[in-house]
Design a protein around this ligand. Structure first.
Ligand SMILES: [Fe+2]
Ligand SMILES: [Zn+2]
Length: 370
């Protein structure tokens, strides 16, 4: 039998809650955990008194405490409470139409309008207030934030939520900050702080690269977004019917939200069992740090997802960056030809059930179609 002191220490450790967990508790909302949310629009929300709406916190397995998301609904015709915080926050609108006012103390407010599929990032520590402009329908958004690591680092809610510091390198209250910027230059990220319609913007340009290139796809399309003076990076990614992407791995916290299409993803740690996630519109999941993951389109239409995170911001162990060359060359990507042969066989069997033929042909050495 264990010593009494050990039992006390164990009980204390088990009862301990991080400052971030305590903060969530004080907001009165539950937390959804696990690998995956089937449909962000179906998730039940709880009244969120301090914000004036309803919400739920989401801490998916793959974030490892690096970031979080929450889902929030703004009641019909109402505004949420104004708020500011020193951590980053990026929002994607799932449903409805509204507007957001953003301001710094002593500077004029600026207000921009949004709708379903809009995407924007609020600069750290700027005041903001969300409004639902529709009188008979709630508006719902999902936001990704750095709250877990910021609150757990500073351990002081006054410092996080009531701090006069102005991040002038991000935002000085300048006019037009939340106008969608023109997307010039064929290559490189799109520097804008607001995207009116991610789905439309991602499809505007057609395929973005050669098959199997940096987007790891065939018929790949999408956009990479550099927001808040280029400090917040994320991207969307789409690919063709009858195809799937190459597997790769990176840091934690990239929240994949499916905008269009149906399919599945495989996620695994080297040498460990494979987790399979079946997804459709408004599914969300996070590949855990250093887990390979691979996305398969099984539907008779192209797939598109939005990956809300900070690129692969957290360095690989040893302070390195991830390198998207073959694992055979020491990189973090598995070429199609190096896959377990069952991967392609199962994919072809799966899409055949949907009446879709594999289009990987010459790009994939195991493909039975040409
Ligand atoms: Fe990824
Ligand atoms: Zn094939």
């Amino acid at each position: 039998m264990a010593e009494p002191e050990f039992q006390t220490a164990r009980a204390e450790a088990e009862a301990w809650k991080s400052p971030y967990e305590q903060w969530k508790g004080s907001e009165g909302l539950p937390t959804i955990r696990g690998y995956f949310i089937r449909d962000l629009l179906d998730v039940e929300l709880t009244p969120w008194e301090s914000r004036g709406g309803a919400g739920v916190f989401v801490n998916l397995e793959g974030t490892g405490g690096f970031n979080d998301t929450y889902i929030c609904e703004i009641p019909p015709g109402r505004s949420l409470q104004p708020i500011r915080h020193i951590y980053e926050e990026t929002a994607f609108v799932l449903k409805g139409r509204g507007a957001t006012s953003v301001w710094l103390d002593g500077k004029p407010k600026q207000t921009f309008e949004w709708q379903e599929q809009s995407y924007f990032s609020v600069p750290p520590n700027a005041w903001y207030q969300h409004h639902n402009v529709v009188g008979d329908e709630p508006a719902r958004y999902v936001a990704m934030t750095a709250a877990p690591r910021v609150i757990d680092t500073f351990k002081n809610l006054e410092f996080v939520f009531n701090n006069p510091f102005v991040f002038t390198d991000r935002f000085t209250g300048e006019d037009g900050y939340f106008l969608e910027a023109p997307r010039d230059g064929k290559r490189g990220p799109w520097h804008t702080n607001f995207v009116a319609d991610v789905m439309e913007a991602s499809q505007r340009r057609g395929p973005v690269d050669r098959a199997g290139g940096w987007n790891r796809a065939i018929g790949g399309f999408g956009a990479s977004f550099a927001m808040v003076n280029s400090t917040v990076r994320s991207h969307s990614s789409g690919w063709a019917v009858g195809t799937y992407k190459k597997a790769h791995r990176h840091g934690p916290g990239i929240h994949i939200v499916i905008l269009k299409g149906r399919g599945y993803s495989l996620m695994w740690q080297e040498g460990q069992p494979v987790e399979r996630i079946d997804w459709g519109p408004n599914s969300m999941f996070v590949p855990p740090e250093m887990w390979f993951h691979q996305h398969f389109n099984t539907a008779p239409e192209p797939t598109l997802f939005l990956a809300i995170g900070w690129g692969s911001d957290k360095p690989k162990a040893g302070g390195k960056q991830y390198v998207y060359v073959s694992t055979k060359e020491g990189g973090d990507q598995i070429e199609w030809g190096d896959e377990d042969p069952t991967t392609h066989r199962e994919y072809e069997a799966e899409i055949a059930r949907n009446g879709v033929e594999c289009q990987m042909g010459d790009h994939h050495p195991f493909c039975t179609h040409t």
